[in-house]
Design a protein around this ligand. Structure first.
Ligand code: NAP
Length: 265
């Protein structure tokens, strides 16, 4: 497996931290974009290169992507309301894709199971899923190689529930742990292994667990999935409930600009 230089955005978080460990364990070089370098230095392993920055400050992103082969995003805007959802999940990714430009960069994006569900009161007040889904769409339109991982409830799985199950179509829609659960370390493993597995490219899936031991090889799991449709904005089996024509003007403009940039390269 090739050793990559991996930029992790969200490295100090509950998923980002095991993502860092997984990346180092697999022999990758790790760079972390962090908002507070001193705090990050106290929690992250010393091998991690720390770069001060913020997804909402595009001027900090250019240096962050310099020389990286791959990016993993596990950021969290929950609690910040609609503005934070847009700025962190969506605009941050848009600006990141802009600074990466045409340079081939493998991207692993964590969103959430139920991302196509927008009508609950929490989703209406936070627009968290709307902006995560728009971020997914930007990534699919970016021309980059990617994997989109929509984990279920973190660390709710019982000890006998370790077998990874990758689903498509976002059909588990209750918004409760009955939709499924998966361990934080398991999410980290899937994010990092997706970067070097060709079978994971252009795949979007929900990640849960079922009864049984965790698989040693993830390639057959990735290979069994359908890839996203070329030119399609949504996950291959997603419900069509966020029509582009009804999206905000700025979102449609961003997609048009992204597509024009790709066509020109
Ligand atoms: N809990 C669940 O069961 C569950 C299930 C599925 C999906 N999710 C989703 O998973 C996410 C939470 O993941 P988590 O638990 O790892 O979150 P977390 O522990 O809160 O960590 C979030 C990370 O994002 C970073 N971050 C936040 N804003 C940033 C910005 N503007 N620029 C750069 N970095 C920024 C934080 O950095 P700082 O150290 O600087 O704050 C931190 O490293 C949420 O989006 C949630 O909806 C949760």
């Amino acid at each position: 497996m090739p050793a990559l230089t991996v930029l992790i955005i969200g490295a100090t978080g509950s998923i980002g931290r095991p993502v860092v460990d997984q990346a180092l364990c697999q022999g990758h070089r790790v760079r972390a974009l962090v908002r507070d370098v001193d705090r990050a230095r106290r929690t992250l392993p010393k091998e991690v290169e720390l770069l001060a920055g913020d997804l909402t400050r595009p001027e900090t992103l250019t240096a962050a992507v310099q020389g990286v082969d791959a990016v993993v995003l596990t950021v969290n805007a929950d609690g910040g309301g609609k503005a934070a959802s847009e700025a962190i999940y969506y605009t941050g990714l848009r600006d990141l894709l802009t600074v990466i430009g045409p340079r081939r960069t493998r991207i692993a994006l964590m969103t959430a199971i139920g991302v196509t569900v927008c009508e609950t009161s929490y989703q209406r007040s936070s627009e968290s899923h709307d902006w995560k889904r728009r971020a997914e769409r930007l990534l699919r339109a970016s021309g980059q190689d990617y994997t989109i991982i929509r984990p279920c409830w973190f660390d709710y799985n019982a000890t006998e529930m370790q077998k990874l199950l990758l689903l498509q179509g976002d059909t588990r829609r209750s918004g409760t742990p009955s939709d499924g659960a998966v361990g934080r370390k398991q999410i980290a493993r899937v994010l990092i292994e997706s970067l070097t597995c060709p079978a994971a490219n252009r795949k979007s899936f929900e990640l849960i667990t079922e009864r049984g031991p965790e698989q040693t090889d993830l390639t057959p799991l990735f290979a069994a999935l359908n890839p996203d449709r070329p030119g399609g904005l949504d996950g291959v089996r997603d419900i069509d409930n966020q029509p582009l024509a009804q999206e905000p003007d700025r979102v449609r403009a961003d997609l048009a600009e992204l597509r024009a940039r790709i066509a020109a390269t």
